[in-house]
Structure formats: structure tokens, C-alpha cells
Design a protein around this ligand. Structure first.
Ligand code: NAD
Length: 489
């Protein structure tokens, strides 16, 4: 049986405490994972400080960028190992892991290596009375040791999205992947080791949140910043822990995202896009649309076409080329999603398709599957309209005017993403700019240019990452102000 170990100060570290990593497709055992205790997490943070105050703190931009390219190349070289580990941990279709998860994992290192090489900083000249002036310029320095805590839905992609810019800025990291998906993070540690990342720069600790590695990171007084992706509720707990030492935090949290479909949209393009926006990764993407608002003129047509396409989704073995949908991540998450399927009915929803658990007649019946589901008929204040479900389900409702739908879409405490479908260019700009979200797509969804700001409003997060936004979060800027006399003294 595979063993996933911790990687601390450049060495593999075992633990007496082991937990199991399951394959959600059929519930089978993937690996045994060594849970880091408090001493191990503390040792990882110490190793990080050793690296930042040692040679790593003095590496040139060119050397750091070259190292990040080597990491990306090694991920590419071991692509099949990464694919196998990601698919075993998540059950997601090969078609998704091979086009999104693993290539983006490598791309994150290349993008931030390139940004690092061209990143500029502010410089201001300020004229003073009497002919003197002052020159201000900012200097970029690492924050120190950054705690990176990530979720299970896009394991390698979301972990590297934070590790890459943190390392680009010269920090050391202590990374904790989700307990559900320790596989690709462990391979990433192997990659770091193989390409010669200095000991202590990248540390990996496995474990859970409260009372485990997650909490040990966030409560350690010597951690210099915390970057977290996960549930909004967990964000609250981490914010409390970070408050103790006034630590910089970057939070990418949950969503309850709206899709707005106008009658003038390109119907085929929109349906293709909406199938992804609702069902990609079995609805387990923070950006997925769980609330779909459709202009009344095409409401019935949309529902018929959507239900028809949902019936064509093929859930199955990840490596089957036909498979378009996988299971949910765990038994616990499946039970949560099914509890919302039941709640929707109690709240008065009509189920147009799905609503149950598929039956396969083979080992997959031991996995964590639910049917893709479309519901209608809920009131705007129903819990299923207000709370993030994080499964393959959407609620569809009609609207009559632009003003009405803008108000409906913004009627949420979350504020992560929106997707708008229209061929009217004025409306596209007007409605997008009115969305209270961090990300708004028009005639597209989850189209990512990694240089752009990424994050959410309200319960969906704090701060923005991406491009220079990441560089600024992972850096401490020092402003140097120099007075220059106008005449020789
Ligand atoms: P989660 O909050 O349960 O766990 C995320 C990580 O936090 C895990 O590594 C977990 O072990 C750790 N953790 C849990 N409690 C902790 C604590 N008290 N202290 C420190 N660490 C703790 O989230 P999840 O179920 O893994 O992921 C799904 C959630 O993530 C959804 O809400 C989804 O919307 C959100 N998400 C957001 C984005 C984004 O970019 N905004 C991206 C992906 C997922």
C-alpha cells in the first residue's frame, strides 16, 4: 500500500499517526497518510525560516525563476504519475484532470516565474520647498514563511496557485493539502526534491483542520502569512487564529454563483457553457452556477434543452473516454449534498431530473455518487437558494427585466462569480459591472488568464490573487524615501 509522508526541511518524515485516503469512485483504499503532529509542523516552520534567512533569501530573481521553470518541467515529465494520483484521490474524469488540473499545476510555476522577471515597483519624485526633492521607491522582500492551506476540489491546481507566487517572491512555504487529496501534493514534494529546491523552502505537512496540521500552522506565532482556499466557515476559524498575531491573510472561499441568461444569447454556445458551469467536476468548483436565471421568453426552451443534456451526462470510470461526470469527494460530502436534495423538496422544489443516487451493479456502488439534478420552483429566500451546496445541482427561475435579474443575482451574502449570456454588447458591460462579485464572465465561464485578479466579495473571500495581485500579497514592500538637496551644500 502506498504511503504518503510529510516533507520537512528537505527530508521525508513519517508519523505514528496514520489516516486512510480513499478513492471516491468505489471507496477503495488509495494510500495511508502520515499525519503531521504539532512538533512536525513547528519543525517545518523552523526549516522555512532557516531557508529564508539563509541562501534562499539571497537567490537572484533569475535563479528563482529558472528553478520554477524546472519545477514545471518536472511536473510535465511526471504527468502520468500526477494524473494517476489526482484521479485516484478525486475520481474526476481523465478528460478533466488531463486538460485542467495537471497542466494548470505546471502552468502556475511558469506564469509566476515570468511575472517575477518583469515585475516592477512604484517610484515617485516629490518636489520640496527650496529646490530640494525626494525620491521614493519600493523594495520587494519576502514575508517569511507562508502557510498554504488548500481544499480537495482542484487539489494540485489550487495548491500550486499559491505556492508558486509565494516561492517566486522568495518566501518559504508550509503547505497542507486537504486530507481528502494528499496524493499530488506528495508528488509535488518529490518534484521539489528532484529539481534541487533548497531544504526548508518547500515543506509539506499532511493532516486535518481543527486539532491537527491546519490549526498547528495557523496558530504558530512564527508563521508570517496565511493563504487559504476553502469553505467560508473555515475562513472564519482561520481568521480568528490569524488575528492573534495580526497575520496577513488571503482567503478564497465559497460561492453561490448566479448565471444570467438573456433571450438574445447564442443558445448552443450558452448551453455548452452552462453544462460546464453547472456540472464540471460534479459541481464541485467554487465558481459553479447553482442559481440560474433565464429570461422568460426562453425559459421553457432552456429547461427542455438543459434537462435533455443532463440526461446525456455519462457518469462512470474516470479513465473511460465517454465519462463526463465523476463522484463526489467523500461519503460525508455526498450525505451533505443529498441532504440538500431532500431539503429542496421540503422547501417546495420540483425536481426535473436527477435527485437521487445512481446504481451501477458493480464496485462503484461503494463510491460516493449522486445524480446531476435540476430543480425549479423555489422562493428566493429558500435555503437551497441561499446556501452553497457544492454538488451537481442548479435551481432555474425565470426573470422579466434586467433590473430585476441584477437584484436577484446580487441577493446573496456570497460574491464570488457570475456568468452572463447575451449578444447585446451594451447589456453585457452594464450587467457585468453591476454584479457584486470578484469574477464575471460573459459568454464564457472559468476562462482564466492567470494575470488577472481572482477572488471574491462578501462571504467569498478577502483579497485578490493572480498576476501582480499575488506578487503584492506574498511580498513585504519597504518604501525608501531619499531627500536630494537642490544645491551642493
Ligand atoms: P474546507 O474549508 O473544509 O477545507 C479546506 C482546507 O482547510 C483543508 O485542507 C482542511 O483540512 C483545512 N481546514 C479545515 N478546518 C481548518 C481549521 N480550523 N484551521 C486550519 N485549517 C483547516 O473546504 P473543502 O471542503 O476542502 O473545500 C470546499 C470549499 O472550498 C467550498 O466551500 C468551495 O467553494 C471552496 N473553494 C473556494 C475556491 C475559491 O477560489 N474561492 C476554490 C475552491 C474551493
Amino acid at each position: 500500500m502506498k504511503q504518503y509522508r510529510n516533507y520537512i526541511g528537505g527530508a521525508w518524515v513519517e508519523s505514528a499517526k496514520i489516516f486512510d485516503d480513499h478513492n471516491p469512485v468505489d471507496g477503495s483504499l488509495v494510500a495511508r497518510v502520515h499525519e503531521a503532529d504539532k512538533e512536525m509542523v513547528d519543525a517545518a516552520i523552523r526549516a522555512g525560516h532557516g531557508a529564508v534567512s539563509g541562501a534562499w533569501g539571497k537567490t537572484s530573481v533569475a535563479d528563482r525563476a529558472a528553478l520554477m521553470y524546472r519545477i514545471a518541467d518536472e511536473i510535465d515529465r511526471r504527468r502520468n504519475d500526477f494524473l494517476e494520483a489526482e484521479i485516484a484521490d478525486t475520481g474526476k474524469p481523465y478528460s478533466m484532470a488531463s486538460t485542467i488540473d495537471i497542466p494548470r499545476g505546471a502552468a502556475n510555476f511558469r506564469v509566476f516565474a515570468d511575472i517575477l522577471k518583469t515585475a516592477s515597483l512604484d517610484s515617485f519624485r516629490m518636489d520640496l520647498p527650496g529646490g530640494a526633492h525626494a525620491i521614493n521607491y519600493a523594495v520587494r522582500k519576502p514575508l517569511g514563511v507562508v502557510g498554504v492551506i488548500s481544499p480537495w476540489n482542484l487539489p494540485l491546481l489550487l495548491l500550486t496557485w499559491k505556492i508558486a507566487p509565494a516561492m517566486a517572491c522568495g518566501n518559504a512555504v508550509v503547505a497542507k493539502p486537504s486530507e481528502e487529496t494528499p496524493g499530488t501534493a506528495t508528488l509535488l514534494a518529490e518534484v521539489m526534491h528532484a529539481v534541487g529546491v533548497p531544504p526548508g523552502v518547500f515543506n509539506l505537512v499532511h493532516g486535518f483542520g481543527p486539532g491537527s496540521a491546519g490549526e498547528f500552522i495557523t496558530t504558530n506565532p512564527d508563521i508570517n502569512a496565511i493563504t487559504f482556499t476553502g469553505e467560508s466557515r473555515t475562513g472564519t476559524a482561520i481568521m480568528r487564529a490569524a488575528a492573534e498575531g495580526v497575520k496577513p491573510i488571503s482567503f478564497e472561499l465559497g460561492g453561490k454563483n448566479a448565471a444570467i441568461i438573456f433571450a438574445d444569447c447564442d443558445m448552443e454556445q450558452m448551453l455548452d457553457g452552462m453544462m460546464r458551469a453547472i456540472f464540471l467536476n460534479s459541481g464541485q468548483v467554487c465558481l459553479c452556477s447553482e442559481r440560474v436565471y433565464v429570461e422568460r421568453a426562453i425559459y421553457d426552451r432552456f429547461l427542455t434543452a438543459l434537462v435533455d443534456r443532463v440526461k446525456g451526462l455519462k457518469f462512470g470510470w474516470p479513465n473511460d473516454a465517454e465519462t463526463s461526470m465523476g463522484p463526489l469527494i467523500s461519503a460525508e460530502h455526498r450525505d451533505k449534498v443529498l441532504s440538500y436534495y431532500a431539503l429542496a423538496k421540503e422547501e417546495g422544489a420540483q425536481v426535473l431530473v436527477g435527485g437521487g443516487v445512481p446504481s451501477f451493479g458493480d464496485d462503484r456502488d461503494n463510491g460516493f455518487w449522486v445524480e446531476p439534478t435540476v430543480i425549479v420552483g423555489l422562493a428566493q429566500d429558500a435555503r437551497c437558494i441561499k446556501e452553497e451546496i457544492f454538488g451537481p445541482i442548479c435551481h432555474v427561475s425565470p426573470f422579466d427585466s434586467e433590473a430585476e435579474v441584477v437584484a436577484l443575482a446580487n441577493d446573496t451574502r456570497y460574491g464570488l462569480a457570475a456568468t452572463i449570456w447575451t449578444t447585446n454588447v451594451n447589456r453585457a458591460h452594464r450587467v457585468s459591472q453591476a454584479m457584486r462579485v470578484g469574477l464575471c464572465w460573459v459568454n464564457s465561464w472559468f476562462l482564466r488568464d492567470l494575470r488577472t485578479p481572482f477572488g471574491g466579495a462578501g462571504l467569498s473571500g478577502i483579497g485578490r490573487e493572480g498576476g501582480m495581485h499575488s506578487m503584492n500579497f506574498y511580498s513585504e514592500l519597504t518604501n525608501v524615501c531619499i531627500r536630494v538637496d537642490g544645491e551642493p551644500q
